[in-house]
Structures are given as structure tokens and as C-alpha cells.
Design a protein around this ligand. Sequence first.
Ligand SMILES: C[S@@+](CC[C@H](N)C(=O)[O-])C[C@H]1O[C@@H](n2cnc3c(N)ncnc32)[C@H](O)[C@@H]1O
Length: 276
Amino acid sequence: MRSQYIVKDVLAEITSKLKPFIERASREAQLLLMGHLQEDELWLITNQKSEVTNVEKLFEWVDRRAKNEPLEYITNSVSFYSQEFFIAPGALIPRPETELLIDDVLKNFPDIDAKITFVEVGIGSGIISIVLAQHYKNAKFIAVDISADALKIAKVNIEKFEMQDRIELRLGSLLEPVDEHIDYLVSNPPYIADEVLLESNLSYEPQNALFGGSIGDEIIQNLLDEVLKRNINFFTCEMGYDQKGKIRDYLITKDFENLEFYKDYSDFDRGFTLKI
Ligand SMILES: C[S@@+](CC[C@H](N)C(=O)[O-])C[C@H]1O[C@@H](n2cnc3c(N)ncnc32)[C@H](O)[C@@H]1O
């Protein structure tokens, strides 16, 4: 390792280190360097000759990335709904398709001034409740997670976005820790079947955020039971691309007003809103 580095050279060196392991090596080199310097792309382009300090830490990051650890866990940063959130191992890395869950809530409940109670089951890093709280300024949020580690990460983001008086965190399973009346339930629960083999980079993510039971949709069915039992007016939920038929069949004999599915960016069925 050299004693002094400038942006241009450090980018070239990271790119060549990552190339054997990572597909978009040059782009990922930029992202790692931007994370290290806490600078944006424009700065990087216009400061090619600036000195880079603390390169040892940066090259440790590069080694972690070469072992396929997700970039977001290395830089502790993830973009969701055009905002930067804190992320760390212990909470699922937010996926772009979850932005569509937010859009579906906004479509189904356009009264953004309503004084209602939202509950989220499985808050993870906090992205869903935080973005919904930004839109529904008079709503109260209660967010549950079974993982204490995930709740710690959600707390960091809730403080970052100054939502401490809007979103209350509770440790527990499903709706067990919520006795209050719920107007709107949202969830992106674990929905992958236990025995499905996943790509190696997913092994870094908490397994209880991914796997939903031996069939996969057990948590979704539990939540549907709760929605019907407690007369929760709205329920928007993300699901696996192959779970639409089973969810429809499960609800076929039940009493509700409307069930509408939505698709993701690749045109796969990805979620639904149930109105009671
Ligand atoms: C797929 S992740 C979603 C995280 C975040 N809401 C998002 O969309 O990125 C599912 C979350 O549900 C939590 N979880 C799993 N089983 C649960 C249960 N029985 N009750 C409450 N939360 C649960 C996991 O800890 C995880 O944080």
C-alpha cells in the first residue's frame, strides 16, 4: 500500500481489487469511496486529484465487499424513497420494491391529514413507518419487531428523522404487544419458505427477516386473521411473487369489502391491500 493516495488512483486500485469478485467493480469502487469520504458523486468527479486519508479503513471495506458482504452494511447507509437511512447487520436491507408498498398505501388512503393509528409489524430499519409518517403528518405509529437488534437500528433512523414523538417501538411478535384500536396495518413480513436456498450475499442478513415458515406465507396468514378478528379497516402487505393465489383462496370465505394486489417493477405480484 502506498503512503499517499489521490482520488483517481484510489478508485483505480479499488476497481482492480474488486474486479475478480464483483460485477460492477468500477461503480462499487465509487460508492465505497463516496461512503468513506462522505462526499457525493459530483464531488468525486470534480476532485480527482484530492488526497484520500485513512485508506487502511477503506481497503478493509474493499476486502469485506470482495467477500460479498452487502455494500449497504459496509457503508452503513441505504437509500429508500430518495432518502438516506442508517443500516447495519441486524436489520434487513430495504429493497426498492418496498417503495411500492408506500405508494399503495397512499393510493388506498389519500386522506393524508387523517388522525389515524398505523401499526407496522416487522419494522426492521424503520423505513416504512418513517416514510409513511412523513406523508401522514397527523397519524400515530406503533411499530413492532420480534428482533431487539432491528429495533435498535429503527431507533437510530427514528432519531435521525426526528420522529420520536410520532413512532413508538414495541418488542414482540405480530400484534401481541398492541391492544389499541388499529386503523391501518402495514407489513413487509418475512415471506420466503424455510427450505429455499438463497444467494450467498443474503446470508449476511438476519434470517428471521427473510424466512416466514415452512410454506412461507404463515406470518401473512396470521396477520390476515388478526385483521379480520380486530376489524382493522386497512391492511397493506408485501408478499412473495407466487403467493397471490393462496392469499385469495384464504380470504374467499371471509367477509371484506375489497382486495387488490399490486405488482413490482419487474411485473411480479408483490403485495396487496385488504379493506374490511
Ligand atoms: C422482511 S423484514 C422487513 C423490514 C422492514 N420493514 C423493511 O421493509 O425493510 C421483516 C421484519 O419482520 C420481523 N419479524 C419476523 N417475524 C416477526 C414476528 N413474528 N413479529 C414481529 N416481527 C417479526 C423481522 O425481525 C424483520 O425485521
